[in-house]
Design a binder for this molecule. Structure first.
Ligand code: ADP
Ligand code: MG
Length: 235
């Protein structure tokens, strides 16, 4: 069963076509990685899925409902949550309060404190709960942001370059974290550059190049494709 269907989506910014006639299906329960060189249109496609801007043409279905005309908050209420590429934790607030903001009033009373603690422990940030978010390492800030996206208990989690700036150990830990949400039934769509990380987490991979779908399949199928090697290695 498909959770997201991107159908014939094009996004133009003035004369530039950032996303060009893209069809993409994300199956319910999978970890799907979107890869491709810089400027391929990956972040734009993510923003189209969550509704941060409308497509020039095409449509987006979530859980079989056409959400193309819906505002981002409406899509979040349906079960989407995104961690964008640019870091956006509240650096001048404690870690704990960042999580509280993300929880909003979704949970209240005693349950709220339990949920907050559960997330902090899941992310390995419990000992740093009272630190200012800006004082965390870059990797920890990325985890905090993933935690803020998770606070919504989404059906679909979109992560745009979640391991950027992380050490190999932190990257591996992030992969295990993603696999643990996925094992609980969450569908995860990830933009990623690190092929070892893609191998660790992805069930299916889509390659975007110059705004177009270039290849799709398992990571091994894709890496065997000479044209994919060409766009990555410039051969
Ligand atoms: P990727 O995430 O794959 O690196 P992006 O989706 O960020 O690529 O960008 C794809 C193309 O669209 C780039 O040429 C970028 O400059 C352009 N672009 C992205 N966002 C905007 C915007 N808001 N306005 C104008 N051009 C944009
Ligand atoms: Mg990007």
């Amino acid at each position: 069963m498909s959770l997201v269907e991107v159908k014939g989506v094009t996004k133009r910014f003035g004369g530039l076509t950032a996303v060009s006639d893209v069809d993409l299906t994300v199956m319910a329960g999978e970890v799907h990685c979107l890869i491709g060189p810089n400027g391929a249109g990956k972040s734009t496609l993510f923003k189209l899925i969550v509704g941060l801007f409308p497509p020039t043409t095409g449509s987006i279905l979530f859980d079989s409902v056409d959400v193309t005309a819906e505002r981002p908050f409406a899509r979040v209420q349906r079960g989407m949550s995104i961690k964008m590429q640019a870091p956006s934790v509240f650096k001048e607030l404690p870690v704990q309060q960042n999580i509280q903001i993300a929880l909003q009033d979704r949970v209240t009373g005693a349950e709220r404190a339990i949920e907050e603690q559960r997330l902090l422990e899941l992310l390995g940030l419990a000992a740093d709960a009272k630190k200012m978010a800006g004082a965390l390492s870059h990797g920890q800030q990325q985890w905090l942001e993933i935690g803020m996206a998770l606070a919504l208990r989404p059906q679909l989690l979109l992560l745009d370059e979640p391991t950027a700036g992380m050490s190999p150990e932190e990257t591996f830990k992030t992969g295990e974290l993603i696999k643990s949400f996925n094992a609980e039934g969450m569908t995860v769509l990830v933009v990623e550059h690190d092929m070892a990380f893609v191998r660790q987490i992805a069930q299916r991979v889509t390659v975007l190049h110059l705004g177009k779908i270039f290849a799709r399949g398992s990571l091994d199928q894709i890496l065997q494709d000479e044209q994919v090697a060409e766009i990555y290695l410039g051969k």
